[in-house]
Design a binder for this molecule. Structure first.
Ligand code: SF4
Ligand code: SF3
Length: 542
């Protein structure tokens, strides 16, 4: 049967991962994820027959099921099987209320075993979306965009924020993946996915800033203290909030890892004196950093890398994250917090973290903070002190080719400001790049979840400079991608009319030459080149 996955940047080039994922995903896990996507399409087909509305329950279930299949989120076969069964059950409830049965293949999957699900996977893998490779490529682009969209929407839902229009779009788009559509229809769906992605990111921005306040300029320590600590990684701010409350006064400190770093920028978390700093770098170096951290680690979302024995007993997952053999902190009971006491008790018996570095990172430049500095920024642009903004947001990854981003950041001329969000920043956020009249040359807006901030900043600058077209701003986009949330951000930028984006370190493998050609022709997307040539071109506005 084999596996077939090509959804991330580290996919084995030319074929996708067919034996075992570079991410560590094995064949059965990949197959069950395909089955979960297929079952979710079946749920969408049932929901499509309703009166055009989609309940919050169905919308949230779709968010969760797609989020489970995002790269590096969930490797736990049993958890994926449970999610498939839950999806089939809700689909059946919908079909029962309509008094009709879907003719989707998954209609007959009730009560079947895990082995049977695995057997079904051969007919439902991504390659089965269409026999025509260009149509399959376009459907893949929609599906991967939906996966990232689902992650953002789920984060908003965790804070109580929903948008019916997103849920209605899930149903339309997932149902469309099961149908024969033309290239034009699918291209339209790709663009619509980008438009809905903008909505989802705006919703998440509202959820985060309403709940935790607007991020502010903040200096975060990268050193360690003398207390034992808990390390929290992933992107879920509510998990962090509850962990901070439950560790207060216990003598256990809390540290962020990777994409949780921007949590330090929120006013709501600054009041906790035991929220002491950030430990380590981007997700892919966790197998070393989790070892030296010495204390419990909580993984709230992606990105998990294969877990080493040396820290297996002190690593936990929660939410949509999962890994076989790790303890999973259960979802919130109605009106209650998650219970992190097992981590707190374990931490008390652990030595403090081993120091890896002892510096600082400055961040907190989300849209509200940057707009508060707007006068200063605009004056610097008008005086010529700031010549160009370069958006270098997105993901980091393992490959040595990503050194390109460090080299670009280091070599950009002094009059440039780097706008960033996502874990891509770890390629350059510890470099000493100085400031321009007090404005740091790297402005970190936050997580990949906060990429919306960069769009708000660009749109505000367009308004201030009275331009008709966002592409007339002195901004270049040099984006790094790895997983499907970055696909979603890319589609959102296209929906906002941004042209000429550089994308690297390689273009997505799931784009066929014909589909890539459409993106090049319509939007001027281009692969990264050499550091010097790209900087020269970007400074010339190309
Ligand atoms: Fe390969 Fe990426 Fe799929 Fe993992 S998520 S199996 S690395 S393509
Ligand atoms: Fe990073 Fe996984 Fe994409 Fe959130 S943590 S940006 S890769």
């Amino acid at each position: 049967m084999g596996m077939s996955c090509n959804q991330c940047q580290e996919s084995v080039h030319g074929t996708g991962c067919t034996v075992r994922g570079v991410c560590g995903k094995d064949e059965p896990t990949a197959q069950l994820q395909d089955v979960l996507v297929y079952a979710t399409e079946g749920l969408a087909l049932a929901a499509e027959k309703l009166d055009g509305s989609v309940s919050v329950n169905v919308g949230q279930l779709i968010s969760e099921s797609l989020f489970v299949t995002v790269t590096n989120t969930n490797f736990d076969e049993d958890a994926i099987v449970a999610q498939i069964r839950k999806t089939l059950a809700v689909r059946d409830e919908l079909n029962a209320s309509l008094d009709q049965r879907s003719d989707h293949d998954a209609a007959h999957w009730n009560g079947i075993s895990k082995a049977d699900f695995l057997a079904k996977s051969a007919t439902v893998s991504i390659k089965s979306l269409s026999e025509n490779e260009d149509l399959c490529s376009l459907k893949s682009l929609v599906l991967y965009g939906l996966k990232g969209l689902a992650a953002y929407t789920d984060h908003a839902a965790v804070l109580g924020y929903h948008d019916d229009a997103i849920y209605v779009f899930y149903v339309k788009a997932l149902a469309a993946l099961t149908k024969e559509l033309s290239a034009d229809e699918l291209t339209g769906l790709v663009l619509e996915t980008g438009g809905v992605a903008v909505k989802a990111m705006a919703l998440l921005d509202k959820a985060n800033t309403t709940t935790y306040g607007h991020p502010e300029i903040t200096t975060v320590s990268t050193g360690v203290g003398k207390n034992p600590g808990i390390l929290i990684s992933g992107h879920d701010l509510r998990d962090l909030e509850e962990l901070l409350k439950q560790t207060e006064g216990t003598g256990v400190d809390v540290y962020t890892h990777c994409e949780m770093l921007p949590a330090h920028y929120y006013p709501a978390f600054k009041k906790y004196s035991h929220f002491v700093g950030n430990y380590g770098g981007a997700w892919w170096s966790q197998d070393k950093e989790f070892d030296t951290f010495n204390g419990p680690i909580l993984m709230t979302t992606n990105c998990i890398v294969p877990v080493r024995e040396v820290y297996r007993n002190r690593m936990f997952t929660t939410g949509m994250a999962g890994y076989p053999g790790l303890k999973h902190i259960a979802a919130r009971a109605e009106g209650k917090e998650k219970d992190f006491s097992v981590l707190v008790e374990l931490a008390k018996s652990c030595p403090p973290p081993k120091e890896l570095e002892n510096g600082k990172i400055v961040g907190g430049f989300a849209h509200n903070q940057v707009l508060a500095l707007a006068d200063k920024v605009v004056a610097a642009v008008k005086s010529g002190a700031i010549k160009r903004f370069v958006v270098m947001a997105g993901c980091d990854g393992r490959h040595a080719s990503r050194q390109y981003y460090t080299n670009v950041a280091a070599a950009l001329p002094e009059g440039t400001i780097i706008l960033t969000a996502g874990c891509a920043k770890y390629r350059y956020n510890k470099l000493e790049l100085g400031d321009i009249g007090g404005i740091p040359r790297v402005l970190d807006a936050g997580q990949c979840n906060d990429s919306y901030s960069l769009a708000v900043i660009a749109l505000k600058l367009k308004e201030v400079f009275e331009l008709d077209d966002i592409n007339d701003l002195p901004i270049s986009f040099d984006i790094a991608w790895y997983e499907q949330k970055a696909v979603t951000v890319l589609l959102a930028l296209l929906a906002l009319g941004v042209k000429g984006i550089r994308l690297g370190p390689t273009l997505p493998e799931f784009l066929t030459p014909n589909v890539a050609a459409v993106l090049v022709e319509k939007f001027g997307i281009k692969p990264i080149g050499t550091v010097d040539a790209d900087i020269e071109a970007m400074m010339a506005g190309v």
